[in-house]
Design a protein around this ligand. Structure first.
Ligand code: SF4
Length: 189
């Protein structure tokens, strides 16, 4: 191998002498990366979506191959994010494809050290029982001077940023109807 061709295999040489002076394209490619094909090139279809992780609502393109999500990228047409995703949004493929994803209700009984699976109907009934009991025990009709309160301080809601506007609207409506005052969302905190 001559000195010139040895240098030609060196990324810095290619960066300084080629058409990629910033070293963010062809100059930085190895033989291995040159031989790769992007999953976005081999997808059967592409769906438009919105990143579910926070209230910014960055646009996403969801690439599908053989009926499975094969890649998720930023959507260049989104006026909000213009093709960009933060590291969390860039990793959202795992949200739908990770084998570690929880697909059942997990419950740890009081004082237990073990988690167990519950079916959804059982879990929903347990939640409803606890909400009703907390509301009954903490309901306040009036204050010390007889002024109407019609509230409970025994129930509160703290939502995560993956909740969207519509979900937050319904949560606020439900909890206010139950008499709760403390209704918050991580996106606002
Ligand atoms: S988590 Fe990141 S990518 Fe997703 S909407 Fe928020 S800022 Fe955008």
């Amino acid at each position: 191998m001559g000195v010139r061709s040895w240098f030609a295999g060196w990324p810095v040489y290619r960066q300084l002498t080629g058409t990629d002076p910033l070293g963010r394209g062809a100059a930085a490619k190895s033989d291995g990366s040159r031989a790769l094909t992007a999953r976005t090139d081999t997808a059967d279809s592409v769906a438009r979506s919105v990143c579910p992780y926070c209230a910014v609502g960055c646009g996403q393109r969801v690439f599908v191959k053989d009926g499975q999500v094969s890649q998720i990228e930023g959507d260049p047409d989104s006026p909000i994010s213009r093709g960009r995703l933060c590291p969390k949004g860039s990793a959202s493929k795992s949200l739908v494809t990770s084998p570690l994803r929880q697909t059942t209700v997990r419950y740890r009984r009081p004082y237990s050290t073990e988690w167990e699976d519950l079916d959804l109907d059982t879990a929903m009934n347990m939640i409803a029982d606890r909400v009703l009991a907390a509301r009954d025990e903490t309901w306040e009709d009036v204050d010390a001077e007889g002024r109407p309160l019609n509230r409970t301080l025994g129930i509160s809601s703290l939502g995560g940023a993956t909740l969207d506007n519509e979900e937050n609207y319904l949560i606020k409506k439900l909890f206010t109807a139950m008499g709760a005052l403390q209704i918050e969302n991580q996106a606002r905190i």
